[in-house]
Write a protein of this length. Structure first.
Length: 255
């Protein structure tokens, strides 16, 4: 007989997680593996850039946008491989139990609702920051404004497909579940949002961290309530697609 956790029912299954699912020891192992994968991906990209462009700081400061975008995609690969391989071991369950099942029509509606909620919440928090004279411009948005042609298309693909897939795998599939295993829902959602925002730290756009933290909290709630990680990935993709569309198609100014 499998012992069941005394925590609330899993957001990902109608049953409760086994008591040894998402244990802190295994979560630590996975966290270290993800960090190692990130370092490996970064090292591969850095070595490739040095081989192609040398070490001259002037040249490196003027790298084409496509180099950064391709580098980001390459850096994602080890992280995805590690998580897809280790999440079943961590959860003591197949990937389908973690939320990797085919989405249905209701899931699509949840994703649309999640994207709308993210937009409303992040815009509201950003508006408060602007009223307090805190700049909230994101570096990524500034880069997108300067992108043209194939660079703009590749940027859109990274922002609306690759990034949502990888980030939801990391922050909801792993981080939120690991925190939720040991904390009440409100704390798991709060910490999940804060970690999501902190992961987007950029010294040139510090003001964007708080809106992103609230957006991450919304995604945690969507994942908890629906239990399908594809829903979060689609909601995240739609959220990112809005400014991309406004900038590239309608040429509007987006903060």
């Amino acid at each position: 007989m499998v012992n069941r956790s005394t925590f609330a029912p899993s957001p990902l299954s109608p049953t409760r997680w086994p008591s040894n699912a998402f244990s802190w020891k295994r979560s630590l192992v996975v966290a270290l593996a993800v960090i190692g994968a990130f370092v490996l991906g970064f090292a591969i990209v850095l070595i490739a850039i040095i081989v192609l462009y040398g070490t001259d700081k002037t040249k490196l400061a003027k790298l084409p946008l496509v180099v950064s975008l391709v580098g980001q995609l390459v850096a994602y690969v080890p992280i995805v491989v590690v998580l897809l391989a280790m999440l079943p071991w961590l959860a003591r369950a197949p990937l389908s139990a973690i939320g990797f099942r085919a989405p249905n029509g209701v899931d699509i509606l949840w994703a649309i609702g999640g994207a709308i909620a993210m937009t409303v919440v992040t815009d509201a928090v950003g508006g408060i920051e602007q009223a307090l004279h805190v700049p909230v411009n994101e570096t990524a948005v500034d880069l997108l404004r300067r992108a043209h042609g194939s660079d703009a298309l590749l940027f859109a693909l990274v922002a609306c497909i690759a990034a949502p897939f990888v980030e939801e795998l990391v922050f909801r599939g792993f981080v939120f579940n690991a925190i939720r295993r040991y904390t009440p829902l409100w704390l798991a959602v709060t910490l999940g949002g804060i970690i999501f925002g902190a992961a987007h730290f950029d010294p040139h756009s510090v003001g964007a961290l708080l809106p992103l933290a609230f957006g991450g909290a919304v995604l945690c709630l969507v994942y908890y309530l629906r239990g399908v990680i594809w829903v979060d990935m689609l909601a995240h993709a739609l959220f990112n697609a809005l400014p991309v569309t406004l900038i590239l198609v309608f040429h509007q100014k987006v903060s």
